[in-house]
Ligand binder design. Sequence first.
Ligand SMILES: O=c1ccn([C@@H]2O[C@H](COP(=O)(O)O)[C@@H](O)[C@H]2O)c(=O)[nH]1
Length: 283
Amino acid sequence: MTTPSFAQRFAKLADERSPFCLGLDPSRDVLARWNLPDTTQGLSDFCDRLADAAGETLAVVKPQSAFFERHGPEGLVVLQRVLQRFRAAGTLTLLDVKRGDIGSTMDAYAESLFGRGSAYDVDAATFTAYLGLGALAKTVERARAHGACAFVVVRSSNPEGVPVQNAVGGDGRTVAQAVADGLRELNEKAGPGVLPAGAVMGATLPPADRDVVERLGNALLLTPGIGSQGAGFSDLPKLFSGRERQVLPTAARSVLEAGPDVAALKKALEAHQAPSRAFREGA
Ligand SMILES: O=c1ccn([C@@H]2O[C@H](COP(=O)(O)O)[C@@H](O)[C@H]2O)c(=O)[nH]1
C-alpha cells in the first residue's frame, strides 16, 4: 500500500476539521503572560494547554523550533513529546525550522525530520532556498517518499524579505518567481496530486504577488502573517482566490493571547478555524 501524501491527508482533515494551522510559539513573553516559568516545564505546560484546547479539532500544528531550541536539548525533548501528543489527536505536524544548506547537509536535516524512526518524524517542515533550490531536491524527494511535505519560503510575510525575494535575476525573473517555477517543476515530477513541495507565501503580501501564486501551480500554500503581523482572513482572497483548497491559513500570537485559560483558547481557536473554513469553501 502506498503512503498517502501530505496533500491528501491535509485535504481530508481540512474538510472534516478546518484548514487552519496553529502556530506553537512559546516565546519568553507569552510564557510570562500565561504565568508560566521560562523553563522546559513551562514550555511543556504551555503546549499541553493548547493540545487540551485543540482536542481533535485541529488539522495542522506548527511548532516554531526556535522557541524549543532556546531551552537546549531538553527543549527538543519537550518538542518531540508535544509532536507525539498532537499526532495522537490526528493532527498533522509541521515543524517551522527553515532549514537551508548544501545538498549533502540537507540530506542529514531531511533524515532528522521525515520518516518513521527519524528524530522528529514530522508530516511537514519549512525550508529556505538561498543555497539554491537544487540543494533541496533530495529533501523534497525524501518528503515524497514518506508522505510528507517540504514547505519552501517563496515570499515571506515580513517586509525585510522584499529586497532579496524580489531581486531580478539574469533571466528577468525575480528570485521568488524562479523559486516558484522550481517548486512547480518538483511537484510535476512527483506525479499528479502528490505535491511534496509546498510554498510559504505571506498573507501580508500585495496583490502583485498573485503572479507568484499562479506560478506555483497546485502547490500547498502556508500563509503566515494573519493576526499579529497585520493581515486578516479577509485579505486571503486578494492573493489566493481560485486557490482556496491549497491554502493553510496560519497564526500563532493572535490565538495564544487568549491563554492560559483552556476554554478561552478553545474559543480563540474556533475564531480562527471558522473563517479558515469559510475561505476554503469559497464563502
Ligand atoms: O514568512 C514567514 C515565515 C514564517 N513565519 C513564522 O510564522 C509564525 C508567525 O507567528 P504570528 O504570531 O502568527 O505572527 C512565526 O513562528 C514565524 O517565525 C512568519 O511569520 N513569516
